[in-house]
Design a protein around this ligand. Structure first.
Ligand code: FES
Length: 653
């Protein structure tokens, strides 16, 4: 008679195994993705499976209730102590008895998929660099002269096929008491090197460690620092937050920070200190919000532009201020957290910094490429990551170009009279009635429009404090559509526009969105200066995009992806009315949210993605905006709203 047939779903992998084979063993032999931390000892519960009956009977597999062994004592004990969901078995304890179909639920898969953001269908496949392993280490004896670390390494090799393990001296001190306390059974956290180097011991616990291990994905922008605290096992985002980059006090944009470093001895070190302190407080804040100890953060990934990159690393950015804009290194880096003074994290935490593309095109652009993968696109895609510096990528399967463009901080709500970062209380959406010129708006944290019933009560808690980046983009575009602005960007007077909301402001005019007298809040208006700041920003973005199109030899693109700094959701229609992006059918413009942040999360959760992006950046051609005379030409023409000469047929359509 034949051995029983075992079929795993959803993989469909199958094979015949002798009666009595543990399900985990069958899964491993077939290469089925079934998790295990304890190595089949019945204590970690990672290997849970569900025998599923009937589904495959049409394929000739007859299955019955006794297709797996009865519960054994280990499962009984586990169920009593922790509870197994109905129908679940421990894969390492249940053994094959007859033909059987076995379902591996998503939470039992090592390479499970997590959605990239709410309401998204795109996924990140889990394969983190840091993983937990439970091992039994051979006790030392007089005839076995090896050290504890060597016996631990041997156990990891024999049981988990981990070839080479290293540990810092500080951890060696912890190793000995923990091995003895755990009676030679311990859990270790290992950091695997994506280039195949030795795996690093990050921590060790007696027995089975059941609290989580966590990672931080950080997008370090010139104006805003955004971070996600993630569970390294499940991929869940436990907390997200952002704060202003404290380096703003040394200069609002990158070049002013480079000048600060050039003009003030020790200025670079001052900025390094400021940003490292901010990263530590962000880590603290996220850990508190998630209810975990910051010392349980074992990994971080960091994406940033080249100037932020050098300042975070403690390297003087002076070379980035002048042609040929040489980076100290463009390669990816893996550094122990203490090297960057990230004392909030676990002392053995590892920080992975994505590679830079070139002197002005940084790890943030690499992260956007990792998130959006223009190199895998069939059609020609233009990706604009809008921040204080815009990272712009244009390309498809055959070629990808990249540049960065100095848009200034206006898109992030800075340099705007009522501007603020995206946070509760900020106006994020605006509509202006073209007939009455009256605005209605939405505020972050309130799920109503300002003219909806109950809005005043709902907004009472946060108040209305300012306008964030996406709000100011919509405000300017709506003002243009409502005839409050002429194509050159000039705000009309009350007489010219027919609304008392256009008030005199020195020699120019402002448009009042919200007069705070009723709620005791600030007056929120769009001034002529705000319009000018947005015009400069959008011209820089458009000019960068056009420069890449020139280089590619095209005058239109197939689709546009808009990505923004933390929390910003730029409306495609408003971006096009403003002339931020070239003309394209509106349904071909999508918003990717914080693509650089998503790229940082992908690198945090998937070790192969690190090697992948390191390969991809070498194939991206960088275009330098700073020394290209055509950039200036495009910039001037793009100052008009939407544009002085380029046609926008989709807008009139
Ligand atoms: Fe740990 Fe089954 S592998 S409980």
């Amino acid at each position: 008679t034949q051995d029983p047939l075992v079929i795993f779903t959803p993989s469909g992998k199958r094979g015949r195994f002798p009666v009595g084979t543990p399900v985990l063993t069958a899964a491993r032999q077939l290469g089925v993705d079934l998790d295990s931390v304890c190595g089949g000892r019945g204590i970690c519960s990672k290997c849970q499976i569900t025998p599923s009956y009937g589904e495959f009977s049409k394929h000739g597999v007859s299955v019955a209730d006794d297709a797996l062994s009865e519960w054994n004592a280990v499962e009984e004990r586990y169920d009593r102590k922790r509870g197994l969901k109905p129908g679940r078995r421990l894969g390492c304890q249940a053994t094959v008895q007859r033909d059987v179909v076995i379902d591996v639920p998503p939470e039992s898969q090592v390479h499970r998929q997590v959605v990239r953001k709410a309401a998204s269908t795109r996924v990140i496949t889990m394969d983190p660099a840091t993983r937990l392993y439970f091992v039994e280490v051979q006790e030392p004896d007089m005839h076995e002269p090896t050290g504890d670390l060597e016996r631990l390494a041997r156990a990891l090799r024999d049981e988990w096929q981990v070839e080479h393990v290293t540990a810092d001296v500080a951890l060696l001190g912890k190793l000995q008491p923990v091995l003895r306390k755990g009676k030679w059974q311990v859990t270790v956290a290992l950091y695997h090197d994506h280039r195949g180097g030795p795996s690093r011991l990050l921590d060790i616990w007696p027995g089975l460690y059941e609290d989580g291990i966590y990672g931080l994905a950080i997008d370090l922008g010139s104006t805003t620092i955004a971070g996600h605290l993630c569970d390294l096992d499940t991929g869940a985002v436990l907390a997200s937050s952002g704060l202003m980059n404290p380096q703003i006090r040394f200069g609002e944009d990158l070049m002013s920070r480079v000048s600060y470093a050039m003009m003030n001895p020790g200025g670079d070190a001052e900025m390094t200190r400021a940003v490292r302190e901010a990263l530590n407080s962000l880590a603290q804040e996220l850990a508190t919000e998630a209810g975990i100890a910051p010392s349980a953060i074992y990994e971080a990934t960091l994406v940033c532009n080249p100037v932020m990159h050098h300042l975070a690393l403690g390297i003087d950015p002076v070379e980035l201020g002048q042609a040929p804009f040489a980076l100290a290194t463009s390669d990816s880096l893996t550094l122990p957290a203490p090297t960057l003074d990230l004392s909030a994290l676990n002392v053995d935490a590892q920080v992975y910094i994505l590679p830079c593309i070139a002197g002005h095109v940084g790890a943030d652009a690499a992260a956007v490429a990792l998130s959006e993968r223009p190199d895998q696109s069939d059609d020609l895609v233009l990706i604009c990551d809008v921040g204080t510096n815009a990272e712009i990528l244009l390309g498809n399967k055959s070629r990808v170009l990249a540049c960065s463009s100095p848009t200034g901080p206006a898109f992030e709500g800075a340099q705007i009279s009522s501007g603020q970062r995206a946070a509760p209380g900020a106006i994020e959406r605006i509509e202006i009635d073209p007939a009455t010129k009256e605005p209605r708006f939405r505020v972050i944290g309130v799920d109503l429009w300002s003219d909806d019933d109950g809005f005043d009560a709902a907004v009472a808690e946060t108040g209305i404090s300012g306008i964030c980046g996406s709000g100011i983009i919509e405000a300017v575009a709506e003002m243009r559509m409502a005839g409050l602005l002429d194509p050159s960007g000039l705000i009309g007077s009350a007489e010219q526009t027919g609304t008392p909301r256009c008030i005199a402001d020195g020699r120019t005019h402002s448009y009042v969105i919200h007069d705070g007298t009723a709620d005791g809040g600030p007056l929120i208006s769009v001034t002529q200066g705000d319009i000018r700041a947005i015009q400069l920003a959008k011209s820089a973005l458009y000019a960068g995009a056009r420069l890449l199109m020139d280089e590619m030899g095209v005058d239109k693109v197939d689709r546009v992806v808009l990505a923004g700094a933390f929390g910003a959701h730029i409306s495609p229609k408003h971006a096009m009315v403003l002339g931020m992006i070239p003309d394209v059918a509106l349904d071909r413009v999508t918003s990717a949210g914080n693509a650089a942040g998503t790229g940082a999360r992908i690198a945090l959760h998937n070790i192969a993605a690190r090697a992948e992006i390191e390969k991809v950046v070498h194939t991206i051609t960088k275009v330098e905006t700073a020394i290209e005379p055509k950039f200036q030409e495009h910039f001037v023409a793009a100052n008009a709203i939407p544009h002085a000469t380029d046609p926008f047929p989709q807008l009139s359509a």
